[in-house]
Ligand binder design. Structure first.
Ligand SMILES: Cc1ncc(COP(=O)(O)O)c(C=O)c1O
Length: 450
């Protein structure tokens, strides 16, 4: 079996030219190879397809150790003495192709800082993707701003730009498109809407390191981009985050805000704390881990891409399995997760949850993605909170409730299934096992009904 390794350039070219098949020269069993008389599903007692382990995450080598011990002994653990944080910021900005980077304590604090630096304030409204991790809209609530969900395009898993404009009101100040799972949003359309309505675009790129849109990195396409380096992320440091932008004035404000409002460059010293801020600083330990993790990020990204392209080709041959589609203009996903849609009617209406359990039993870890969070009780708690009642009229909140109907998102929440990024660091045989296992479940779907 061929295990041809893609160079970074080959992989990018393949993805952008749509010539994925060129590199997929290894073959999976056709549906008929898994014969009905051979085995039965692992969930009902048969042998499982994948009995080995999957790559663990995070992965480290000794390159970080010496620096961490040295820094521990130096006592310069915080940003104040922090040459390692500055080094990381320089390297990350270079890697991503932006002028400035500010390291933060987390992705959430990167988003909160960016909103504050753009002057987004209590009583404003922000349009955001609904198919996302809760943090994307929690940070909006945190600022006492109303998150307004546009709908999701189930094919791309991303915000559907055609549903944004109708959600804009006179209070809307920004759009936060989320490059969920590392899939870049249709940024040309989003930026055009933002320009027309004078809105800021803060990209939630917390899952999208090295994803590309028209060859430029996700997180560098709007007014600012925010990243997370939490433990599970493709670039991990336990916790951590970053803001990217070319806008010096904005970045100076971000720096000052994340450092308790102290003066910084263009933020002049009218007092010791001239603007309102708080402590969202990164630690030196985090920066050292990030610098060492950056040694592997390009290679890992290429391995994930090569494996994902192979899965794309093979999974789409199975009835009822539809891999994600890249949005218009997107040239590369970061594959924080590998998503596909499970169409249950092709599997004799076996519910997604049962399909997932059957796949797990075959030794293939996976889960069901995000639920319809726009309907979560937590949101109603916020809307009925004392602060929100003061800031928004009953009429506006009722209108929000009436318009909180997202058929595309509902459909995707019913259909989405995801594989984890570390699985994509496995071998081609591992990918083959994923396809074999789904094929087997398809072939034996009658067993699941019993
Ligand atoms: C899409 C998205 N936005 C925001 C965040 C928040 O990042 P953090 O956990 O570093 O605060 C995350 C983290 O998982 C995320 O996945």
């Amino acid at each position: 079996m061929g295990t041809r390794k893609l160079t970074r350039r080959q992989a990018i070219t393949a993805a952008s030219a749509g010539a994925l098949g060129t590199f997929v020269n290894w073959s999976f069993p056709s549906l008929s190879i898994v014969r009905k008389d051979q085995t039965k599903l692992a969930i009902s007692g048969g042998p499982k397809i994948h009995s080995g382990n999957w790559p663990e995450w995070p992965v480290w080598d000794q390159s970080a150790e010496e620096g961490i011990i040295e820094m521990l002994h130096s006592g310069r653990w915080w940003r104040g003495g922090g040459e390692h944080i500055a080094e990381f910021e320089k390297k990350y900005a270079e890697l991503m192709g932006t002028k400035r980077c500010l390291a933060t304590a987390s992705g959430s604090t990167a988003l909160i800082t960016s909103m504050k630096a753009f002057g987004i304030d209590a009583g404003d409204e922000v349009i955001v993707s609904p198919f996302t991790f809760i943090a994307s809209y929690n940070v909006i609530f945190m600022n006492k701003v109303l998150p307004v969900f546009a709908d999701t395009d189930p094919e791309t898993f991303l915000i559907d730009p055609s549903t944004i404009e109708s959600k804009i009101t006179e209070r809307t100040t920004a759009i936060i498109p989320v490059h969920i799972y590392g899939l870049p949003c249709d940024m040309d359309s989003i930026n055009a809407i933002a320009k027309k309505h004078n809105l800021k675009v803060i990209e939630d790129a917390c899952q999208a390191w090295l994803a590309e849109y028209r060859g430029k990195k996700a997180g560098t396409l709007g007014d600012a981009g925010c990243f997370s380096f939490q433990n599970s992320k493709n670039l991990p440091s336990g916790e951590g985050g970053a803001i990217l932008s070319d806008n010096d004035e904005f970045m100076d404000r971000c720096y000052s805000i994340h450092n308790c409002g102290r003066p910084y460059r263009s933020i002049r010293r009218t007092s010791d704390y001239p603007i309102h801020g708080t402590n969202f600083r990164m630690q030196q330990f985090q920066a050292l881990i990030l610098i060492s993790q950056m040694e592997r990020i390009l290679k890992d990204a290429d391995i994930r891409l090569g494996n994902a392209l192979c899965l794309d080709e093979k999974l789409k041959e199975i009835p009822g399995i539809i891999p994600y589609k890249l949005a218009d203009g997107a040239t590369r996903s970061a594959y924080h997760l590998y998503p596909f849609r499970y169409i249950s009617k092709e599997f004799d209406n076996i519910p997604k949850e049962r399909f997932i359990r059957a796949l797990n039993a075959e030794g293939i870890p996976c889960s069901g993605g995000y639920g319809p969070q726009n309907k979560d009780g937590l949101i109603e708690d916020q809307l009925t909170s004392k602060g929100f009642k003061r800031l928004f009229s009953e009429t506006r909140l009722n209108q929000w409730r009436e318009e909180n109907v997202l058929p595309g998102n509902d459909q995707l929440c019913n259909e989405a299934v995801i594989f984890y990024q570390s699985m994509l660091l496995g071998s081609r045989n591992d990918m083959e096992d994923i396809v074999k296992a789904i094929t087997k479940i398809y072939e034996y779907r009658a067993e699941l009904k019993a």
